[in-house]
Design a protein around this ligand. Sequence first.
Ligand code: ASP
Length: 348
Amino acid sequence: MRKNTCLSLFLSLAMLVFMNACESPSGQNQPTSTAETQEAPEYAIVIHGGAGTITKANMTPEKEAAYNQALNEALDIGEEVLKNGGSALEAVEKTIMYLEDNPLFNAGKGAVLTNAETCELDASIMDGSDQNAGAVAGVKYVKNPIRAAIAVMKNSPHVMMAGTGADQFALEQGLDTVPNEYFYTERRLEAIRKAKAREEKTGMIGQRHDEKYGTVGCVALDKNGNLAAGTSTGGMTNKRWGRIGDSPIIGAGTYADNATCGVSCTGHGEYFIRYTVAADVAHRMAYLGESVEEAANFVINKKLVEKGGSGGLIAMDAKGNVAMPFNTEGMYRGYARPGERVVKIYGE
Ligand code: ASP
């Protein structure tokens, strides 16, 4: 009899533990992260302008000032949208458009050149409220690829379009188009010529992945508590054969889900694709109950480092908590919340 009581006690305990586990698939059994105890700010925005060998030693004061100014202006644009009750999607669109138009960054004007000395641009966007997403890859004529990505998301049944079809779609959508030369800058022409000369000398074919990147990205949180994330890039110098990086790939370079976070990545795209970096951050939060800081740091500074992938990311949860980890020397980055503004370039 006593044996039976013990057994049923044990069984009910086991049942309780089992039921608890079933009710907490999102890791509610894990220690509470700061994200869960905080009040969400009215709005928040975080941006990046690429990661890489960005050190004080290889920067002039003028260049540093120009990057600081550009990052601040980008945040101003996004903040203005959010302050006035605009959506996270709109804030991401306007902020990335500014960065695409700014030749300092490897997106839109100022994009890196391919082996054929053309600019081929990639961009993507994701809406955290319904996980709708859009992307374009290898476009050559859309002035603002982020707008084309948004058009794919909103006005087509697809998530991703590539090459001439994507350019054609953008044209039909009434988006601004430009000749490919519009994207060229002296600095990027010099970079491709150097890369090709080096390739000829060493006989080693390859896109450059050991210098600066310069992709741009943005994650925004609006007054309705919705997150959106977007990324735009020219890819990597000397890319060829229609190479596409992680930036237009949902789950690799961009991801957003109100339940976890919004993410935009920058770095050596092949690694970010293989390890589905952006989605991995969100999934660690969902399944392991990690905070956005813990998840983002683990993926960039542990997992990617072990695999040999260089780069960084920005991530933000629906409470406006921000993470900006990178495993390179620097990353152009910044964030803003009401009454708060941070802009950084180097590691510290
Ligand atoms: N991730 C981009 C790519 O591989 C490059 C970058 O972030 O600058 O295309």
